[in-house]
Ligand binder design. Structure first.
Ligand SMILES: [Zn+2]
Ligand SMILES: [Zn+2]
Length: 367
C-alpha cells in the first residue's frame, strides 16, 4: 500500500519519512527503555523517545492502519447528513439568541441548548452510527460521566465557562477588564464570526502546544485516552488541561465582547464539540476544509502520532489549512482503535486519570 500523500505528510516527509505497512516491521524494535525493564512511556512521549533514540530510523508504530472498508474516508462531496450538523449548530445559535431575548439567564440558555443537543445526539448515535462497535460501552461511560459532572461542572458552555474560570470572572463582570475595543455595533452574526476567528486562532496554538510540549501533553493525554469516540468524549479532559484550553477565549473577553455574544458563542461551540466527537455518520464534504468536523477529528484521535498531531482546530479547520497541519486522507478511513499508543498502561478510571500527569512511573522514561 502506498503511503498516503497529503499536504500534512508531504510537509513532514523531509524530517520524518513515512513507511508503508508492507515495509514496516510487524512490531518495532525494542526501545532502550523497554530493554532496560523500565515502563514504556505513553503515546507522544514514547514516540519522541524513540525518535530521539534513533534519529536515522523512520517513524515507527505498532498500530496497524485501519482496514474497515465499510467506513468512508473523509468525504469530498456533500451528503444529506450534513443537514444534521447545520440544523443542530444553527438551531443552538438561534435558540440561545431567542432565550436571551426572552430574558432567560445565560446559564439557563446554555444548559437548555446543551441538554437538548445531548438528547438529539444520543438518539442519533443509536439510529445513524458511524461505527456500530462504538455504540457499546468500552468501560468508559462511568469515567466520562464523572468528567462531565465533576471536571466540567457547569461546562455546558464549554470553553466560555473555562475562560471565565481562568480569568476568575463571570460573563457579567467581564466588562471590568474590558478594553472596550469590541465592535458592538456590528451585526450579531459578524460579532460571532469575529469571536470565532480570534478564539480559534488562539485555540489552534494552545492545542498544538498541548501536543508538542511534553509537560502540557501529560495533561492533554487524558482527552486522547478515549478508547472510542462518542458524544461524551468532549468532556474527557483533565481539569488543568481544560483550564489551559479555556485561555483561548480570554482575548475575546478582554477585547470586551458583550454577554450576548459570549453566551451564544458558548452554545454554538458546545454543540459543535459534541458533534465533533459523536458516533454519528455525518459527512460534510467540502466543509471538511473549513470546519473541524467529526470526520477530520477522528484522525486527531489516532494512536499514530503522525496522524494525531494534526487537525488542531476546535470549530474551524482554517488555521490547520493555513499552518499545514490539516490531515484528511481521502483513500482510507480513520482508525477504529483510538487512544494512546501506550494506552494499556494509562489509567481508565477517573481518579487515576486525575493523577496520571503526576505519576512518575508513567512518564519516567521520558524525563
Ligand atoms: Zn488533542
Ligand atoms: Zn477530541
Amino acid at each position: 500500500m502506498k503511503p498516503v500523500q497529503t499536504e500534512h505528510s508531504e510537509a513532514k516527509s523531509t524530517d520524518r519519512p513515512e513507511r508503508s505497512e508492507a515495509e514496516s516491521p510487524a512490531r518495532p524494535e525494542r526501545s532502550e527503555a523497554e530493554s532496560r525493564g523500565r515502563p514504556e512511556p505513553l503515546g507522544y512521549a514514547r514516540d519522541r523517545l524513540r525518535e530521539a533514540e534513533s534519529r536515522q530510523s523512520p517513524f515507527e508504530t505498532d498500530v496497524p492502519a485501519s482496514v474497515d472498508a465499510r467506513r468512508q474516508p473523509v468525504t469530498s462531496s456533500l451528503h444529506l447528513s450534513a443537514l444534521i450538523y447545520f440544523a443542530l449548530t444553527g438551531g443552538a445559535t438561534i435558540l440561545a439568541a431567542l432565550g436571551l431575548r426572552w430574558g432567560l439567564p445565560g446559564s439557563a440558555v446554555l444548559i437548555g441548548t446543551g441538554g437538548l443537543a445531548i438528547a438529539i445526539t444520543a438518539a442519533l448515535e443509536r439510529f445513524l452510527p458511524y461505527r456500530t462497535a462504538w455504540q457499546r460501552s468500552h468501560d468508559d461511560v462511568r469515567t466520562d460521566l464523572t468528567h462531565l459532572f465533576v471536571t466540567n461542572g457547569l461546562a455546558i458552555g464549554g470553553r466560555w465557562f473555562n475562560a471565565a474560570a481562568v480569568t476568575a470572572l463571570n460573563v457579567s463582570s467581564a466588562g471590568a477588564i474590558s478594553l472596550s475595543l469590541w465592535p458592538t455595533g456590528w451585526p450579531l452574526l459578524a460579532q460571532l464570526a469575529l469571536a470565532l476567528g480570534i478564539q480559534e486562532l488562539c485555540g489552534y496554538w494552545i492545542h498544538r502546544a498541548q501536543h508538542e510540549i511534553p509537560l502540557l501533553w501529560k495533561f492533554h493525554s487524558v482527552h486522547h485516552s478515549a478508547p472510542r469516540l462518542y458524544w461524551l468524549n468532549q468532556m474527557r479532559n483533565h481539569p488543568i488541561d481544560a483550564m489551559i484550553s479555556g485561555w483561548a477565549l480570554v482575548p475575546v473577553v478582554i477585547l470586551g465582547a458583550p454577554d450576548q455574544v459570549l453566551i451564544i458563542f458558548g452554545a454554538l461551540t458546545a454543540v459543535h464539540l459534541m458533534l465533533q466527537h459523536a458516533n454519528i455518520d455525518i459527512r460534510l464534504g467540502p466543509f471538511n476544509w473549513v470546519l473541524s468536523s467529526s470526520e477530520v477529528h477522528r484522525w486527531h484521535h489516532s494512536r499514530r502520532i503522525e496522524e494525531s498531531n494534526s487537525n488542531y482546530g476546535g470549530v474551524l479547520l482554517i488555521w490547520d489549512v493555513l499552518f499545514r497541519t490539516r490531515f484528511a486522507p481521502i483513500d482510507r478511513q480513520p482508525p477504529e482503535k483510538t487512544g494512546l499508543s501506550g494506552s494499556d498502561a494509562f489509567p481508565q478510571d477517573y481518579f487515576g486519570q486525575l493523577a496520571a500527569p503526576f505519576s512518575p512511573s508513567l512518564w519516567k522514561p521520558y524525563r
